[in-house]
Design a protein around this ligand. Structure first.
Ligand code: SF4
Length: 335
């Protein structure tokens, strides 16, 4: 493993065994995150991005089967640890910011108890005064005004933006190496969204925390991420740096994600959503999973899964348009 690598995920497969058959929610996902970097996992709902993050946290239901060649978090293989170790890992090395803080904050406890709990858990024997002063400091860092007063509040007494800041404070209080943020600003209005993203960027730079940003929003990706993995039907179908993905889009699905964004330069332009729906993961198409929705589909796409093709060291795509016998450079473009 290279020095400075925070997370390395190799061939992650998360399958669910149901009465209807095997649901391959994640099927061969690989990526890595260097220290202090942010990787975006991008895709529509149901593409496998949240199950990927829950797999890293080992927060899967009993019906799930998790397999991977390896998942190294700071050099430790998290597939090889038991439930108790996994629980200790969560919070100490890896923590998560959820989309809707109201569902992850406990409504019956004041903020001071919920935030203080993290300090008590990670620093046994810490004094009450120390917990209080660290809690105030942490809320201040994430931009909560009047932190002493806010500590006495219950979650419902705070605005959506403040609750999300409190969630971020809780997830950073244990000083984790990796933060997984699952659509962290989706529930917020646009101006608060921008403030929260700005604050997360500042914290990342200050503490060199690595981040896995799960989102369907390419605007957020452009704002905060270094690398991007586009995920479809449980697989990474295109991966690259921000420049690779934004300036040299290759996969028709990535193109579709861009084309379904509002065009700020031409406000009259119509949105062009991707036609059709994500396939049923228990019944994926035989060839390319995107085939039924793809404007560029060829005969081969119906029967053969596309292999990974590299455009350069950092940028790869899984699509028959780019295999060596069928190069169609520049075919895919943005509206
Ligand atoms: Fe479209 Fe074929 Fe590429 Fe799949 S492999 S994205 S169907 S062109």
């Amino acid at each position: 493993m290279e020095t400075g690598r925070c997370l390395e995920v190799n061939n992650l497969r998360t399958w669910f065994h149901t009465p209807e058959g095997v649901v391959k929610a994640v099927d061969g996902v690989s990526f890595h995150i260097e220290e202090g970097e942010t990787l975006a996992l991008v895709g529509e709902s149901g593409c496998g991005k949240t199950i990927t993050s829950l797999s890293l946290l080992r927060l899967l239901p009993e019906t799930a089967e998790l397999k991977a060649d390896r998942i190294l978090l700071n050099g430790r293989d998290v597939t090889q640890i038991d439930k108790t170790e996994a629980r200790l890992l969560r919070g100490s090395q890896i923590s998560m910011i959820f989309q809707e803080p109201m569902t992850s904050l406990n409504p019956v406890y004041r903020i001071e108890k919920q935030l203080g709990e993290v300090f008590r858990l990670h620093h046994p024997g810490i004094s009450r005064e120390e917990v209080a002063s660290r809690s105030v400091e942490m809320l201040r860092k994430v931009g909560v005004p009047n932190p002493k007063e806010r500590l006495k509040a219950y979650p419902h007494q705070l605005s959506g933006g403040l609750r999300q800041r409190v969630m971020i404070a809780i997830s950073l209080a244990s000083n984790p190496r990796l933060v997984i943020a699952d659509e962290p600003t989706t529930a917020l209005d646009v101006t608060i969204q921008a403030q929260v993203l700005e604050m997360m960027k500042g914290l990342r730079e200050k503490y060199n925390t690595s981040m896995l940003m799960i989102t369907h929003d390419l605007g957020i990706v452009a704002e905060i991420c270094d690398e991007v993995s586009v995920i479809y039907a449980g697989r990474v179908i295109e991966h690259g740096t921000l420049e690779d993905i934004f300036e040299n889009t290759r996969h028709p699905y990535t193109e579709g994600l861009f084309n379904s964004l509002p065009n700020l330069e031409d406000r009259q332009a119509q949105l062009k959503p991707i036609k059709g729906l994500m396939p049923d993961p228990s019944n994926l198409p035989k060839g390319c999973a995107f085939c039924p929705r793809c404007d560029y589909a060829m005969e081969i796409c119906k029967t053969e899964k596309p292999q990974r093709v590299y455009r350069n060291e950092t940028h790869y795509v899984e699509c028959h348009l780019y295999n060596k016998d069928n190069i169609q450079e520049g075919k895919v473009g943005r509206r």
